[in-house]
Design a protein around this ligand. Structure first.
Ligand SMILES: *[C@@H]1O[C@H](CO)[C@@H](O)[C@H](O)[C@H]1NC(C)=O
Ligand SMILES: *[C@@H]1O[C@H](CO)[C@@H](O)[C@H](O)[C@H]1NC(C)=O
Ligand SMILES: *[C@@H]1O[C@H](CO)[C@@H](O)[C@H](O)[C@H]1NC(C)=O
Ligand SMILES: *[C@@H]1O[C@H](CO)[C@@H](O)[C@H](O)[C@H]1NC(C)=O
Ligand SMILES: *[C@@H]1O[C@H](CO)[C@@H](O)[C@H](O)[C@H]1NC(C)=O
Length: 949
């Protein structure tokens, strides 16, 4: 979390339980607050906001290609600068070009300066590099659908798709710019292009013309189109004219900017080398799979992580956590996992517990009792480590700092002194995950703490890496610690939920009047001015001017300074790497380290990590949430494209703060959102400090509505888990865009208000306030596809290529089953562990041709090394459903029932392995029940056949 305006006074919160009010007031007064001046960077004018800024495409002269020679896998050559223009950095005179056909589906174009002295080259051991497949010394070029072509004079290159003769990527007509602080190339795009990807940002799924993406990890509360927590330099380009899709990945950790225009895409980076990978597809799902296989397949998550998660900032004590759990139980709302934000810590210090509100013994007992009930606990850990006050013995007794100093694991200033920023607890230092001993240090921190807090997973926050002040603001000032964060406190600016002013107009206006009267007297620091010194953005040789690069990207922080609200670009890692070069990788390096630690602690449990800042490959280690969104319908909508994008980037499990983080949620919003998130890969409700509570039991209708869809989710757990296993093994996302499932239907380009779960379930949520209907499209309906209503099993008369208005009163989320699929289910229990003990079921939705197929994957749900698993295939055709399984995992629960949708007439006989069984028939649905007897050894212990005639 972090939205400065809504922070509540730390001392006041602590004092509520710990000390009499008068004492808390005086200690609050004596605490030093970080000077607001220290939070202000040097004002930058983003180039894209400067109308007179020089356009490199107009001015630069580019390179000529010389010395071309072909290699077994492609070609190499030298690029020779035609004439230096040194626009936003010093141009390199000579570059090495190397083109490599890495596989039949993947082509690499690599361009780097001949002299790499001051150039950052992303190490392969840090971020995996796609490599040549098969024999490096030979390649049959005819097997590649991608073809590299170039012109030597005024160098440009083009990637052609052989099968369609289409140009997929072409730099023709625009010069390559390659300087120490500015790299730019440009590709033409067809008109009406359909680009997706390039994150992380809050935007519709399609990146339409006019979009400018800034790729620079940033701690900011989900602004539309601003750069946020993660960086993913990858896009997918879907071509409806040729019915093909390809992908493009620039493997770089640089601060970047991508401009998407009517017929072009311009890509800029402030350091590094060009290392471009083209993936041939040729379907959207193949592109994703090809890309994700290279950056790292998503981690396989434990079964329990698909359960419902409850969190908020402001669960003040162990007792309060317990009362939340009790309330869930009382209202019989399934609760799998309870989370802690920074509330549990002693003065916001990592690896501590507040001695009064979260005393160690009670806390541990609490977690153990959760475990007895098959529930789980996940606490937050911030990236920054408190740097204690050396003059105060009590404060100074903080091993995570001293151990880190002793093993030399924290980021430094350029002069070798400790880099000291400021985060929640006060002045802080930052683990350097490139330093030799950080892994051991990090492990010890967790192991010591785990003895008291036996957590089930770790939530990594603030790892952009965030720091509230600019530069090493705490150097020489540790005796002031704990300094208080520099934000206005105890104030929730939004007192009322979205739409309140319309529905409660008179009450709203009188309250607003009194709020503005008080606000005008307290408005203060945020307007403090920062100096404007654009002249600082000067060219510099070597690494360049890393504090104020000559080309200013549109970093979303107010003054656009790269050092604002983050550790500065000049912070230095132990091996000399500058934060400037790998700022975008901080979260990733922390995720890799934390994953290792969790495996050390529990060697055979799949590590569960939820992390905020991600990079290509992060999905191999962590899950992700959408960050600090708002309690608004708009944000419920944006959670769909955000999840779709992040899944393209290889993050297998992701979901938003359901009901919204910042601001006040409402009964209506929370009801809609709880139902929507029930179908997302990750499902957690989370809320900011001081906002009204928004657990589903707060409103009786939200209780009912949430239970209804949580139960559907739990019924579908085998289906979710099977699809997740697929994601883990192939990269294919669990949650799907309509344009992925139906890649040839142009009318679905950009459709992001509906989505599929796996192949078979289409979700059409209400995403606006006050609605009781929603429009949805049903691709192929009435032609090759048939859809059934989830709730009635009735076959729907939808029409392809048309929006259909669906009834969707509050409490009802339209769900449809796509014919042609078999969906495995298991009766829902209160926890996922209970659900796993319940009988199985199958929903067989017959397609237009009266056939269906599906699969099921089962294992123990948590082992890291999986020794026993079970794979089941289902095939339905000609009034027969066949189940065949292989594998050694014993899923001992019986099969209870099979529900077959789209059976045209009532069968006379229904037989299971030749034995007549109970059934009923209604509205073209055949209900086969009481199969337990037939399958008492376990539903899938042997092959079986169900027939209906
Ligand atoms: C805009 O760009 C021009 C041309 O490079 C430069 O002279 C001017 O200082 C820039 N304006 C600002 C506000 O940075
Ligand atoms: C010393 O530090 C402890 C722990 O942070 C704090 O409770 C105490 O108030 C501090 N003492 C003084 C004199 O500041
Ligand atoms: C880190 O390890 C490398 C490789 O073993 C070694 O060369 C280097 O001196 C070490 N650095 C420090 C600060 O210990
Ligand atoms: C490091 O970066 C910070 C933030 O931009 C700046 O204030 C400071 O002067 C820089 N220090 C050096 C030595 O460049
Ligand atoms: C359905 O409605 C959406 C939202 O208004 C629109 O974007 C889309 O083009 C429509 N689709 C069809 C097939 O009419």
């Amino acid at each position: 979390m972090l939205v400065p305006r809504i922070v509540t006074l730390l001392v006041a919160a602590l004092a509520a339980n710990a000390a009499p009010a008068s004492e808390s007031a005086s200690s609050a007064d004596s605490q030093i607050t970080l000077d607001t001046e220290l939070t202000l960077g040097v004002k930058q004018t983003p180039n894209i906001e400067n109308d007179t800024a020089v356009d490199a495409n107009q001015v630069a002269k580019g390179y000529d290609l010389v010395n071309v020679s072909s290699t077994a896998r492609g070609l190499t050559g030298i690029l020779k600068l035609k004439e230096a223009t040194n626009l936003y950095g010093y141009d390199f005179d000579y570059l090495n070009l190397s083109v490599s056909y890495q596989s039949d589906e993947r082509l690499n174009v690599h361009i780097e300066p001949v002299d790499l002295t001051d150039v950052y080259v992303l190490p392969e051991d840090l971020v995996p590099k796609p490599s040549v497949e098969g024999d490096v010394n030979s390649f049959d070029f005819d097997n590649s659908d991608l073809v590299f072509q170039y012109s030597a004079e005024d160098f440009s290159f083009e990637i052609i798709r052989q099968s369609t003769k289409e140009s997929l990527f072409s730099t023709k007509g625009n010069p390559l710019v390659f300087s120490n602080q500015f790299i730019q190339f440009n590709t033409s795009l067809p008109k009406d292009h359909y680009i997706t990807g390039l994150g992380e940002s809050i935007h519709g799924f399609r990146q339409e013309p006019g979009v400018v993406k800034t790729l620079f990890a940033n701690d900011v509360g989900d602004p539309i189109d601003g750069n946020i927590y993660g960086v993913h330099p990858f896009y997918s380009d879907q071509r409806y004219d040729t019915k093909t899709t390809h992908g493009v990945y620039w493997r770089t950790s640089a601060p970047q900017e991508v401009l998407i225009e009517e017929e072009s895409l311009t890509w800029r980076a402030l350091n590094g080398v060009i290392d471009l990978y083209f993936f041939s597809g040729d379907t959207p799902k193949k592109v994703i799979s090809q890309y994700v296989n290279e950056i790292g397949l998503p981690a396989f998550q434990s079964y329990w992580t698909f359960g419902y998660h409850q969190c908020r900032w402001g669960y003040d004590s162990v007792d309060e956590l317990q009362s939340v759990i009790d309330n869930f139980k009382k209202f019989n709302i399934p609760l799998e996992t309870i989370w802690s934000d920074i509330d549990y810590m002693d003065s916001y210090k990592d690896f501590t517990n507040d001695p009064h509100r979260y005393p160690k013994e009670d806390f541990k007992k609490f977690i153990e009792s959760l475990h007895e009930n098959n529930q789980h606990y996940v606490p937050i850990v911030d990236a920054a480590i408190y740097a204690p006050n050396p003059n105060n013995q009590t404060d100074n007794d903080y091993p995570p700092f001293h151990d880190g100093i002793d093993s030399d694991v924290f980021l430094k200033n350029p002069d070798g002194s400790l880099y000291v920023g400021s985060v929640w607890p006060g002045y802080t230092v930052f683990p350097d995950f490139l330093a030799n001993d950080t892994q051991d240090y990090w492990q010890k921190c967790f192991e010591d703490w785990y003895k008291d807090v036996p957590f089930d997973g770790i939530w990594l926050d603030m790892n952009e890496v965030s720091s509230f002040c600019v530069g090493s603001c705490g150097s020489g000032k540790l005796e002031e610690n704990p300094v208080h964060p520099p934000f206005a406190v105890g104030d929730v600016p939004t007192k009322y939920p979205e739409g309140f002013e319309k529905t409660n107009a008179s009450e709203y206006s009188s309250v607003q009047a009194s709020i503005s009267a008080t606000a005008s007297s307290s408005a203060s620091s945020s307007s403090a001015s920062s100096t404007s010194i654009d002249s600082k953005n000067t060219l510099a040789p070597g690494k360049g001017n890393i504090n104020y690069p000559p080309y200013a990207i549109n970093h979303f922080q107010g003054d656009h300074d790269l050092a604002t609200h983050a550790v500065s670009p000049n912070a230095t890692h132990q091996d000399g790497t500058l934060e400037y070069d790998i700022h975008n990788l901080y979260g990733y390096t922390q995720e890799v380290a934390t994953h290792k630690v969790l495996l050390e602690i529990n060697p055979n449990k799949r590590p569960f990590i939820l992390s905020r800042s991600t990079f290509p490959g992060s999905g191999k280690y962590t899950t992700h949430w959408g960050g600090d969104n708002n309690s608004q319908f708009r944000d419920a909508y944006f959670s769909i494209p955000q999840i779709l994008s992040l899944q393209m980037f290889g993050i297998g499990m992701i979901g938003p703060d359901t009901c919204g983080f910042n601001g006040q949620s409402s009964m209506e919003l929370c009801s809609r959102w709880m139902q929507l998130s029930s179908f997302f890969p990750f499902f957690r409700n989370h809320n900011v400090l001081s906002a009204n509570p928004q657990e589903p039991y707060v409103w009786s209708s939200v209780t009912d509505h949430s239970k209804q869809t949580i139960n559907i989710r739990y019924l579908l757990l085998p289906y979710f888990y099977t699809n997740h296993y697929d994601t883990h093994t192939t990269g294919t996302p669990l949650m799907r865009a309509l344009s992925w499932e139906f890649p040839n239907d142009r009318s679905l380009a950009g459709a992001d208000r509906q989505f599929f779960v796996g192949d078979a379930i289409l979700v059409t949520p209400v995403l606006t306030q006050g609605a009781d209907t929603v429009k949805g499209v049903f691709p192929g309906a009435g032609k090759d596809e048939v859809y059934y209503d989830w709730y009635t099993y009735e076959k729907q008369d939808f029409e392809d290529g048309k929006n259909t208005t669906l009834d969707a009163p509050l409490g009802h989320i339209p769900l449809h089953i796509r014919g042609g699929y078999v969906i495995p289910t298991q009766e829902p229990g209160y926890t996922t562990a209970e659900s796993r003990e319940n009988p199985w079921g199958l929903i067989v939705a017959l397609g237009v041709d009266k056939s269906a197929q599906g699969k099921l994957y089962v294992d123990d749900g948590e082992s890291y090394e999986i020794e026993e698993s079970l794979y089941v295939n289902f095939v339905a055709a000609n009034n027969t459903l066949l189940s065949s399984s292989f594998g050694s995992y014993d899923a001992s629960q019986p099969l209870a029932n099979v529900t077959i949708l789209g059976v045209d007439s009532k069968p006379k006989n229904v037989k299971f392995d030749g034995n007549s069984v109970d059934f009923s028939y209604e509205n073209s649905t055949l209900f086969v029940t009481n199969l337990e007897q037939q399958t008492s050894d376990g539903a899938f212990a042997k092959q079986w056949k169900l027939t209906w005639n």
